[in-house]
Design a protein around this ligand. Structure first.
Ligand code: ATP
Ligand code: MG
Length: 225
């Protein structure tokens, strides 16, 4: 039951993932014909009649692809790890063929400059950590044997240590300027983060040729060091 002409749906999130995926698409000969910053459309056509882009929240990209709402998607490793942890068998049906090396940053622990993180760790104190990335944080501190109380937040993590809500945060850092602006210091890197191509496994079987073609085109467009 092959469907070589079936349309392909690619899920992207607005902002840096959309912006940084565009050049990869372009290298694959695909251009998005509508600008999401001025258009209110959530489904964007492309110059390839069989390929369309759907715009969803970054954290919804794995869900769309896993459930077949999109055939492919681009999601940060941060989002994929949290998604996988939240759903028991989180990555079932999700094929991750490529590290696209875009939207690169790192997950880190940061604290107020006057909080002595290293000595709190040495003394075995309980550290209050605010984060959106509860699963990554839990695994990191468990690996290090650090006692933490995790406080789940949905945004503006930098505010937590400044208000006394937490001693430290786990957040994404790229240039460090957001931390600096809030007088926070990066005290421990956790892992490098980049965006991955994810593919619905059933779609890969049903639309094998066009999806294989897209994966190959993406692969040859990945930015090198
Ligand atoms: P929103 O900011 O709209 O609440 P979001 O934070 O999920 O949504 P983005 O800020 O666009 O969306 O981040 C999308 C992805 O880009 C993240 O999941 C992460 O992989 C990556 N990313 C986030 N912050 C940075 C950063 N400072 N530098 C590089 N990549 C980043
Ligand atoms: Mg953001």
């Amino acid at each position: 039951m092959s469907a070589p002409n079936a349309a392909i749906t690619l899920a992207l999130s607005k902002g840096r993932i959309f912006d940084e995926t565009l050049p990869l698409l372009k290298a694959a000969g695909i251009e998005v014909t509508e600008d999401p910053s001025t258009s209110r459309k959530l489904i964007l056509p492309t110059t390839r009649p069989d390929v369309r882009v759907v715009l969803v929240r970054a954290t919804d990209v794995p869900t769309y692809v896993q459930q077949g709402g999109a055939d492919l998607g681009v999601a940060g490793l941060d989002v994929l790890l949290e998604h996988g942890a939240e759903w028991g068998n989180g990555s079932a049906g999700l094929y991750q063929p490529l590290d696209l090396r875009i939207a690169r940053c790192r997950m880190s622990v940061a604290a107020r400059a006057d909080f002595d993180y290293a000595s709190a760790v040495r003394q075995g104190s309980r550290i209050r950590v605010a984060t959106k990335y509860v699963s990554i944080a839990r695994d990191h501190f468990a690996d290090k044997g650090v006692h933490v109380d995790l406080i789940k937040l949905y945004g503006s993590m930098e505010l937590a240590p400044l208000t006394g809500l937490a001693d430290a945060i786990v957040d994404l850092v790229s240039t460090g300027s957001t931390l600096k602006a809030n007088k926070l210091v990066e005290v421990e890197p956790i892992m490098p983060i980049s965006s991955r191509l994810i593919v619905n496994q059933a779609a890969l079987k049903l639309k094998r040729e066009p999806i294989r073609g897209l994966i190959q085109a993406f692969e040859s467009a990945i930015p090198q060091e």
